[in-house]
Design a protein. Structure first.
Length: 475
């Protein structure tokens, strides 16, 4: 952690110099520090004040590092109080960014994962490019946190700022890794890398597929701990666009033939969201033989509604047969689409809390009471918005409730996909709440049970347990 904090200081110094030239670093920052006694006897509020308005003789980085050390060395309750203090400053958008970004590093330096959700929200939603960059860097201080890793992975696909993307790419490639990979032994990691190399080095055609089958067989027959490490590496490879396509697509097949469903949500994400046609076609080919799995089948149907590439549609048609839906055209008149857009804006502009849920109920009521053609246009817009990963989660989740309260089953398969496959815990939780009220529907009930067997997030499991009751299966 100390090395991460040291790198963090250097990175922020460089970032601030590049982004806000008015801030200059003193010539010898290493000479400014605090003794352990000073750290123990100085209040968090004083350190926070010195971070934001350095007194003569105190440099803000020294105060930042001291507050990190104070938090890390304190008991759980004191550390929680310090986290609450710095999170409140970090979230205060009325403050200058030079006051807020230091708090990101205090959270990282504390080593307390209770601060991860706050950093995730900053990374995904803060309007300041500087703050998002620092949040990405700070999240790298939690290499064992799946929530931190998933947030960086999501941000990598939705972030538009080249500077923030540069930080994310650097930290994910150098520091961040799934917890299973971090916890693996050197021997396990080497074994997984050797198996991937075996697939990569095979010649095209039959030799390539012989290698895929051989590696998948090894994965199936490995001990559970070894299998997890193998799958983690192959899953990360299919998402890593820094690899060539001919390195990524064989990994989809290995995941699909591993006889382990933990990789299916990631293959589904490739089918629904990957920019490369070949990757989507291979994902469809991988999921096809597994269509008895409800999540795989629903994902293929969802993809078929919007997929335009012939190679992908041909694969989907081969496996879905009569279930293959028609490609959905742009529906509705200009007036109907304008009406739907106005309802969406009404939802987005509502304040948080009760105001937001009043807007959700009002829009759902309009949807229920409008004519069928207009209802289809409204639901199509809300479904596409809910599924759009480029839209922030605060704009996506209200759409889920409207779909569920519309008294129309048009969007239910899409809400099921959110529950089973979305990377955002908030989205899965809202999907569970939405579907819980519809559990009399057999397909919905099965989806709730399927989610409950694999879902690890407490917030989602709490919602599932509320609706499933005695039926709630063990994880």
């Amino acid at each position: 952690m100390r090395s991460i904090c040291c790198f963090a200081v250097c990175f922020v110094a460089l970032s601030v110099l590049l982004l806000t030239p008015a801030y200059a670093l003193p010539p010898n920052p290493g000479e400014l520090s605090y003794t352990p006694e000073q750290i123990a006897n100085t209040s968090a509020e004083i350190f926070l004040s010195r971070m934001q308005t350095p007194e003569p003789g105190y440099w803000q980085f020294a105060a930042m590092n001291a507050l990190s050390a104070k938090a890390k060395g304190s008991d759980t309750d004191t550390r929680g109080a310090i986290l609450d203090l710095v999170i409140s400053v970090m979230n205060d958008t009325t403050r200058d960014s030079s006051q807020r970004w230091q708090c990101c590093y205090v959270i990282s330096g504390s080593g307390d994962e209770r601060g991860v959700p706050a950093l995730v929200q900053i990374l995904l939603h803060d309007p300041s490019e500087v703050i998002r960059s620092v949040a990405a860097e700070a999240l790298a201080g939690f290499p064992r946190s799946k929530e931190a890793y998933d947030a960086l992975l999501l941000a990598a696909s939705t972030e538009t700022s080249p500077r923030v993307l540069e930080v994310i790419d650097h930290r994910m490639s150098r520091v961040m890794a799934p917890p299973e990979w971090v916890a693996a032994t050197d021997a396990q990691r080497k074994m997984a890398q050797d198996l991937r190399r075996q697939v990569w080095d095979a010649d095209p055609g039959k030799p390539k597929f012989d290698a895929i089958d051989a590696v998948a067989k090894t994965c199936r027959e490995s001990y559970a701990a070894d299998k997890r490490v193998i799958l983690v590496l192959f899953i990360s490879t299919i998402h890593d666009t820094s690899f060539r396509v001919n390195q990524r697509w064989p990994c989809c097949y290995v995941i699909g033939r591993s006889a382990d469903e933990r990789g299916l949500p990631d293959v589904i994400q490739v089918l629904l969201n990957d920019q490369i046609e070949t990757m989507r076609a291979v994902a469809a080919e991988t999921l096809g033989p597994l269509k008895t799995n409800m999540a795989a089948r629903n994902a293929m149907i969802q993809a078929a509604r919007t997929e335009t590439a012939k190679s992908v549609r041909d694969v989907l048609t081969r496996y879905l047969g009569k279930e293959m839906p028609a490609l959905q055209p742009i529906i509705g008149t200009d007036a109907q689409r304008k009406f739907a857009e106005d309802l969406l804006q009404q939802l987005w502009k509502a304040g948080p809390g009760k105001a937001k849920f009043d807007a959700i109920d009002a829009v759902a009521k309009v949807c229920r009471e409008t004519d069928l053609p207009s209802k289809r246009v409204i639901l199509a817009l809300f479904i596409s918005t809910m599924n759009d990963k480029s839209v922030n989660v605060y704009q996506r989740w209200p759409c889920t409730y409207v779909i569920g309260r519309s008294a129309d089953e048009q969007g239910i398969p899409d809400v099921i996909q959110i529950l089973l496959n979305d990377r955002d815990e908030t989205m899965r939780s809202v999907a569970a709440e939405t579907l819980g009220l519809l559990k009399a529907n057999a397909t919905v009930h099965d989806a709730l049970l399927q989610s409950a067997r694999t879902e690890t997030a407490k917030s989602v499991r709490d919602v599932l347990a509320k609706y499933l009751g005695a039926e709630m299966p063990a994880l």
